[in-house]
Design a protein around this ligand. Structure first.
Ligand code: PEP
Length: 251
C-alpha cells in the first residue's frame, strides 16, 4: 500500500532567531525543486510564529517540539495546544526521547499529550524507542510495544489514523550510531503489527512510521528502501539546509 512519506527536522534547542529564519529560508529555497515527500520542521517554540509565517502556503509544515496537555492554567514555562495552533504550527512532536529521559516524561504524559493534541486539531508525531541496555537485553520489542500501547490508550481508530509514529532507538540519537536498515525494518514491522492489533489493518497499513537516530545523507537511502520505513525524523543533520535537503530528496 502506498503510504504518505514524511521528512521532519528536529532543531532541538538550537538556533537563535536569525539562524532559524535563515535555515527555514534555505530549506524553502531548496524545495523550489519539489520532492515527493511531506516536510515538517520542529522548531524551538519561540520561533514558531515567524517560521510558520515564512512557510505559510508553501511545501513546508511547522511543528512544536513539545507542549503541555492542559488547556490553560498556572503551569509556568509550559505552552498549551491552543498556543501551538495559534502560532500557525500544524504539528507537534510528542514523547521525544529527550523529553522522556532528560525531563522524565512518562507514558501517561505521552498519552495525555496525544489526546490533547488531537482535541486541539494538531497533527501528532509520537516518538518511541528503546535504550541501549534494553536492546542488549533483547527487550526492544516489548519496550516499544508497551510505549505504543500506552501512548494510544483510549484513542478511537479514527483518532489513531491521524497519528504518525517515529521509531527512534535512544542509542542511535545524536550518537552517530545509526540502526542498520534491517534492525530498523524489523522494529517498524513490529510497530505496525502492534498498531494493527490495536486498530486494525487499515489504520496500521496507512500509518507513516518514520525512523530517527543519526540519519545522514549517506545512510538514508538504505533505510528508506525498507518496506515499513516511510521517512525520517532528523536531528543534527537538519540544522544545515543542504544536508537536510539531501536527506529529504531520497527516492
Ligand atoms: C532526533 O532529534 O530526533 C534525532 C534523531 O537526532 P539525530 O538525528 O541527531 O540523531
Amino acid at each position: 500500500m502506498a503510504r504518505r512519506t514524511i521528512f521532519a527536522g528536529n532543531w532541538k534547542m538550537y538556533t537563535v532567531r536569525g539562524e532559524a529564519l535563515a535555515l527555514a529560508r534555505g530549506i524553502l529555497e531548496g524545495l523550489k525543486s519539489p520532492i515527493p515527500h511531506e516536510v515538517v520542521l520542529f522548531t524551538p517554540a519561540v520561533h514558531l510564529f515567524e517560521v510558520a509565517a515564512l512557510c505559510a502556503g508553501g511545501p513546508v509544515a511547522v511543528g512544536a517540539q513539545n507542549m503541555y496537555f492542559e488547556r490553560e492554567g498556572a503551569f509556568t514555562g509550559e505552552i498549551s495546544p491552543a498556543m501551538v495552533k495559534d502560532s500557525g504550527a500544524r504539528w507537534v512532536l510528542i514523547g521525544h526521547s529527550e523529553r522522556r529521559h532528560v525531563f522524565h516524561e512518562t507514558d501517561e504524559d505521552v498519552n495525555k499529550k496525544l489526546r490533547a493534541a488531537l482535541q486541539a486539531g494538531l497533527l501528532p508525531m509520537v516518538c518511541v524507542g528503546e535504550l541501549l541496555d534494553e536492546r542488549e537485553a533483547e527487550k526492544s520489542e516489548d519496550v516499544v510495544r508497551v510505549q505504543v500501547e500506552r501512548a494510544f490508550e483510549g484513542l478511537t481508530g479514527g483518532e489513531a489514523a491521524s497519528v504518525v509514529i517515529a521509531y527512534e532507538p535512544v542509542w542511535a540519537i545524536g550518537t552517530g550510531k545509526v540502526a542498520t536498515p534491517e534492525i530498523a525494518q524489523s522494529m517498524h514491522g513490529h510497530i505496525r503489527a502492534v498498531v494493527e492489533k490495536l486498530f486494525g489493518g487499515d489504520v496500521a497499513g496507512a500509518m507513516p512510521i518514520l525512523y530517527g537516530g543519526s540519519v545522514k545523507p549517506d545512510n538514508i537511502a538504505g533505510l528508506f528502501a525498507m518496506e515499513d520505513i516511510d521517512g525520517a525524523l532528523v536531528g543534527g543533520a537538519s540544522l544545515k539546509a543542504s544536508s537536510f535537503l539531501e536527506i529529504a530528496r531520497v527516492r
